[in-house]
Design a protein around this ligand. Structure first.
Ligand SMILES: C[S@@+](CC[C@H](N)C(=O)[O-])C[C@H]1O[C@@H](n2cnc3c(N)ncnc32)[C@H](O)[C@@H]1O
Length: 487
């Protein structure tokens, strides 16, 4: 049995449990132990895996990947490691939760064709701008960027364009920064469509840094200097960057990295770059809709990281960027509902109405004993008003049932013998460890995948302070699941 080292004790005392909760948790622990035994020989701690590799951290200094800090991304180095270890040198990869496109760009640079599905316009825009810079940007376009960097035309521009505002982004910038953004948006309208796209992308890359906000998983956190009401301890995000300096530095990075990339692969003729890199195709929408439209047996690899079941709300944390891209308040709410259920606000989706063929994944989730024990516990906690948010049981249920359908579709679209790699975290609610790795691997096996390996990151993740205070500290596994479609 693998042992994930526990995080150090914090000395926080935790509350004793009532007997009903204890008996629910005992059942969960028994089911968890049974499932762990089922996968015992396949759970393996991998020394090569570290937090840097499975997060955005390793992209921070990497050419092109460093432009937009997509906090929930994994690293290009991880994608390369997984593909090269597996001997995947060509073919076609799919990422149904493409985010900023790390899997797609890393695979494409290795000569592998890549298809991604992404729901949020911000991810799609990042991929679009990167693809444009890589394949279609001409030397005239680069000259225009260089002129913007040197001359800073926004500084003398009038304000004719206004920045879109959402309720949750109102007042996000110091007044002089807002004015500069609006001058910038006005000045870019004089440029060609390609240059406009890249200039807008550069702006997207710096919005958080010039604002009063910080992305904080579940929501946008506001600095006290914004004038927004604060909790007991006022929040200070540190330096808020000056607009002119931040945008000029970003344009420098983009110009520098794009030339470096072209020099690295020995090309300046952009057309030829398609010869060495794989084709890249992005589908905007929910993978619950898009996957079912893809043909069976098409892909050589699925490599992905879905949202974790951790209440992170991408529609809130990326609200500044979505507002700039013209997403309205109603559209934002609709996007939140279309996301894989991972926030307490997600209503349940009628999966069998989306696709009547999803009876099999729904039944696989119905028959997953650990999942059912967790759901019963969470419902009971909700009934007895012991849970800190009543949306948690619905979110956890939605997450696993929707993921079962995604797994079912991934199996269908993969070629026989092809692997699937999935990065995901376990979570914990109301004292119950939710072993997403075991639950999803069991569902995958029931649906027809082979599960040769669940690779565990050496250092388990800690718990939220609320979970620790009430239930003590337990290490949570962060894993890469390795599944295969049988031959
Ligand atoms: C963990 S992030 C993936 C990050 C990606 N691996 C990268 O390196 O940038 C999960 C992504 O899934 C997207 N997402 C959530 N629900 C979705 C859905 N129903 N269909 C497609 N994408 C979805 C989120 O917007 C987010 O970008």
């Amino acid at each position: 049995m693998i042992q994930v080292p526990s995080p150090p004790s914090t000395g926080i005392a935790f509350k004793p449990l009532d007997s009903v909760s204890r008996s629910f948790l005992d059942r969960i622990e028994a089911q968890d132990a049974k499932l762990k035994q089922q996968f015992e020989t396949r759970l393996s701690v991998a020394p090569f895996l570290n937090r840097q590799l499975v997060s955005f951290q390793a992209n921070k200094t990497r050419s092109s990947y460093r432009w937009f800090k997509y906090k929930e991304a994994f690293s290009a180095a991880l994608v390369e490691e997984l593909l090269q270890n597996r001997g995947v040198l060509n073919g076609h990869i799919l990422d149904p939760f493409a985010g900023s496109g790390t899997a797609l760009f890393a695979a494409s640079a290795l000569g592998i064709d890549a298809t991604g599905i992404e729901l949020l316009p911000i991810g799609v825009e990042i991929m679009h701008a990167r693809q444009l810079l890589r394949c279609e940007f001409t030397s005239d376009d680069f000259a225009a960027l260089e002129r913007w960097r040197l001359v800073q035309p926004w500084r003398n521009s009038p304000v004719r364009c206004t920045l879109g505002v959402l309720k949750i982004t109102d007042g996000a910038y110091p007044p002089e920064t807002l004015e500069s953004i609006e001058r910038y948006l006005t000045a870019i309208t004089d440029e060609s469509p390609h240059v406009q796209t890249v200039l807008r992308f550069a702006l997207l890359c710096i919005l958080e840094n010039v604002s009063y906000t910080r992305k904080d998983g579940q929501y946008l956190r506001w600095d006290a200097r914004s004038g927004r009401r604060q909790g007991v301890k006022p929040f200070n995000k540190g330096v808020i960057l000056d607009f002119d300096g931040a945008i000029t530095a970003k344009l420098s990075d983009i110009i520098c990295d794009t030339h470096t990339f072209e020099e690295q692969i020995g090309l300046f003729d952009t057309e030829q770059s398609n010869v060495t890199t794989g084709q890249l195709n992005v589908l905007q929408g929910s993978c619950l809709q898009e996957l079912q439209r893809l043909p069976s047996n098409l892909f050589d690899v699925v490599l992905t990281s879905p949202p974790y079941c951790n209440r992170y709300d991408y529609t809130r944390t990326y609200a500044l960027e979505l507002a700039l891209l013209g997403v309205t308040g109603d559209a934002l709410i609709a996007l939140r509902q279309e996301m894989l259920s991972c926030t307490v606000e997600n209503r349940s989706k009628s999966l069998l109405e989306i696709n009547p063929d999803w009876q099999a994944p729904v039944e696989a989730a119905n028959g997953q004993m650990l999942l059912q024990a967790i759901l019963e516990h969470l419902d009971n906690q909700k009934e007895r008003k012991l849970i800190n948010n009543t949306g948690i049981p619905r979110m956890v249920k939605g997450y696993f049932y929707e993921m079962a359908c995604v797994v079912f579709e991934c199996l269908r679209v993969l070629k026989p013998g092809a692997p699937l790699f999935m990065v995901n975290d376990n979570v914990r609610y109301a004292g119950a460890s939710v072993s997403a790795d075991l639950i999803l691997s069991d569902i995958a096996e029931k649906l027809g995948f082979r599960v040769p390996l669940i690779t565990v990151l050496q250092q388990g993740k800690g718990n939220s302070s609320q979970q620790m205070g009430e239930h003590g500290r337990k290490a949570l596994r962060k894993c890469i699941y390795v599944w295969e479609k049988p031959q």
